[in-house]
Write a protein that binds this ligand. Structure first.
Ligand code: WTA
Length: 674
């Protein structure tokens, strides 16, 4: 949908309001937050000082003098003057009490491989040694950016924490992304070091991952960014499991280098709170991914509070978030949040259905997982592949989370009844890469659950629904609009890396009251989602209003997929639309038209589909590639993606008589549907 079409017109409400579910008494009895007055403590009249309660969950080297500095609005600076180290807060400070407690349970995908239980002591050792290597061998220091392209093994959080220890800004790229996508991010972040792994398991296969590093470097160099060193963790230390040659003087094996750093201790660098902890690239309306820049103090305080009071993490809990650390959910809720609270966090290498759909429940039983966190796509997939599997395993969840997409009430109920056995609370957490942590969710022992609704704003977050003119749509009006947040919060990203203009343009311009204002009240944050607010203040999220498509909970830009298709010589125009899918929520369909001499055939369609995997990654592969003789367009030449989306979704295309070429619509409809 383009920005000048109304939100309301395009977002119908998926399902009706459901009844409420109360948290089980056993949960309430042990919950970190049972205070009904919690919302009051974070009311707007207490803003921003109320967020001191968030920061107080951390150990600070120096307290801040200014809680919120708005002088560079809307680039908010939190806890200014404060100093701390994120790695110290996630590792060192737990040693006194929890030295021998498991910090990370690593579950390899192959069942015949042993589960690794890494204590806080061991984590401390490995992080220090890695930090020493990054400092002395790679020459990295505070403020440098380093790109990580690591899969789901303990080396990923170890590397992140080693960076944080030194104040190095990590930029982890999801391992499923292609070498080229990684190269773009190396270039944008100006990294001179790439940290990768030789291989990892996915669906029972040992994938060659190092080959992507070579592509990444080639593509970064083409754009002018030279990479001096590639540091390679090996899935099996001592054995190189990749077919890709090692480049002398550039590529190094971490396990070999680390031998020089055994037992070395690196003091955590005391960092200004508003310095950068990491970049996380995400998709937006244009082809170029945005580097969301997250701060050290604000971000860590925010995810720690959310982990404690929304995720209800206690140090003795075994917490499993099944997301990938390559996405924001994994950063916040596998690594930083749980470790800041001294929990035991589970990292699982592979796919949830390997070797069968009972695997997650088997792992939960084996490790005593009591908090479980996943996406609607995973829930739908596990339900489809093995609806009875949970009953075969002896595990006890007290708490379950869903994140990333709207969850259908029917799927929610399976999660609640079958996975949670009616004994676990569910939180449906709505937020984004940009936000650091949750925006809407219930506080599980305080307000009841409602299937299909994310719940009210979390304490300290004040959401509103605005219509296209900027008027507030009142609760219970049953009308969709743009969900916005009235106030800044500590977990919010600081800006888009090197692109403040785009930051303001994308999130603030539309509803800003005065571009020169330094008052946060003039800068509501526009999330880019359509939502409805019920009379009771619960929010139902309906979907993106921009050119972002949510495939299996992974956020992709339609423009990124389109420009990947356009790398194929024969393609003249490309249009991506999102299509409803039973398991993945939505998937992309790709429509292309060809240059005059080109021949439409299956081989070409396949080549176009492959180009998308090569440029972005397999997750972006279109469900269908339709080569059409022309695209539906308005008289002014605007490509009507909405019409194509209606065809792909078998919906009424509406009135097309005003198009420049109305006849093409019926032709495409027949091609797709007949
Ligand atoms: C969608 C993931 C409905 C939404 C943390 C948002 C959701 C985008 C929910 C961000 C939810 C996330 N219910 N939709 N509970 N959570 N979304 O940046 O469209 O990968 O804008 O962050 O996912 O995706 P991102």
């Amino acid at each position: 949908m383009s920005s000048n079409e109304s939100v309301e017109k395009h977002y119908s409400v998926h399902w009706q309001e459901e009844g409420l579910y109360q948290a089980p008494p056993e949960f309430i009895g042990q919950a970190n937050c049972t205070d009904p007055g919690i919302y009051e403590k974070f009311s707007l009249d207490k803003f921003p000082e109320c967020f001191k309660a968030f920061a107080d969950l951390l150990d600070w080297d120096a307290y801040w003098h200014t809680t919120l500095d708005t002088s560079d609005a809307p680039c908010w600076r939190w806890f200014v003057g404060g100093r701390l180290n994120a790695c110290y807060n996630c590792v060192d400070r737990h040693l006194d009490k929890y030295r021998n407690k498991t910090a990370i349970h690593f579950v390899p995908e192959l069942e015949e491989e042993k589960i690794e239980h890494i204590t806080y002591q061991e984590l401390y050792r490995r992080v220090n040694e890695t930090a020493a290597l990054l400092k002395d061998f790679a020459g990295l220091k505070a403020g440098d950016r380093v790109t990580l392209h690591l899969p789901m093994t303990p080396e990923l959080p170890i590397t992140m924490l080693a960076c944080a220890r030194l104040g190095i800004i990590h930029s982890e790229v999801f391992a499923g992304f292609s070498g080229r996508a990684c190269g773009d991010r190396i270039w944008d972040s100006e990294s001179t070091v790439l940290i990768t792994m030789d291989s990892y398991y996915r669906s029972g296969k040992l994938l060659d991952h190092k080959e992507k590093a070579d592509e990444a470097i080639k593509s970064a160099e083409k754009q002018g960014q030279k990479v001096d060193k590639v540091l390679i963790w090996r899935r099996y230390p001592g054995t190189y499991s990749s077919q890709t040659p090692v480049v002398d003087g550039r590529d190094y094996f971490m396990d070999e280098l680390l031998k020089n750093y055994f037992s070395v201790v690196v003091e955590p660098v005391s960092m200004p709170a508003e310095d950068i902890l990491f970049l996380m690239y995400t998709s937006g309306s244009t082809g170029r991914p945005k580097g969301c820049q997250h701060s050290i103090g604000g971000y860590l305080a925010y995810v720690t509070w959310m982990s404690k009071y929304v995720q209800d993490i206690h140090p003795e809990d075994v917490y499993w978030c099944m997301a990938d650390i390559g996405w924001i959910t994994g950063h916040s809720f596998i690594v930083y949040g749980p470790l800041a609270l001294a929990a035991s966090s589970v990292i699982y290498e592979g796919v949830p259905t390997y070797p069968d759909a009972g695997r997650p429940w088997k792992i939960a039983e084996e490790l005593g997982v009591n908090i479980f966190h996943t996406s609607p796509t995973a829930i739908r997939g596990l339900r489809k592949a093995g609806a009875d599997e949970p009953s075969k395993y002896n595990y006890h969840f007290k708490h379950m989370t869903t994140v990333g997409e709207p969850i259908e009430p029917e799927v929610w109920r399976w999660y609640y009844n079958v996975v949670g056995r009616k004994k676990a609370v569910i939180v449906d957490t709505w937020w984004q890469t940009e936000n650091g942590g949750f925006l809407c969710s219930t506080i599980p022992a305080v307000v009841p659950m409602k299937p299909g609704s994310a719940g009210p704003g979390v304490p300290g977050i004040h959401p509103i629904i605005l219509d296209d003119e900027g008027n507030e749509i009142p609760p219970g009006a049953g009308k969709a609009g743009n969900i916005c947040i009235k106030n800044p919060w500590p977990g919010a990203f600081q800006t888009i890396w090197k692109d403040k203009e785009r930051y303001i343009e994308t999130y603030y311009r539309r509803y800003n009251r005065d571009p020169n204002s330094k008052d946060w009240r003039d800068w509501p944050y526009m999330a880019g989602d359509a939502a409805v607010m019920a009379a009771d203040g619960y929010f139902r999220i309906l979907g993106r209003i921009d050119d972002v498509i949510n495939v299996a909970g992974h956020r992709l830009g339609t423009k990124e997929i389109e420009s990947a298709a356009l790398t194929v010589e024969e393609v003249a125009e490309a249009a991506v639309v999102s299509v409803n899918d039973e398991v993945k929520g939505t998937v992309p369909d790709l429509y292309v038209s060809l240059k005059p001499q080109a021949q439409a055939n299956e081989e070409l369609a396949k080549r176009i589909s492959n180009a998308v995997s090569e440029v972005i990654g397999k997750i972006a592969r279109p469900a269908h590639v339709y080569i059409v003789s022309d695209m539906p367009k308005t008289r002014s030449g605007k490509l009507m993606r909405r019409i194509l989306a209606s065809i792909s979704n078998y919906k009424d295309v509406g009135d097309v008589t005003t198009l420049a070429n109305p006849k093409i619509v019926e032709e495409i409809r027949r091609q797709v549907q007949d």
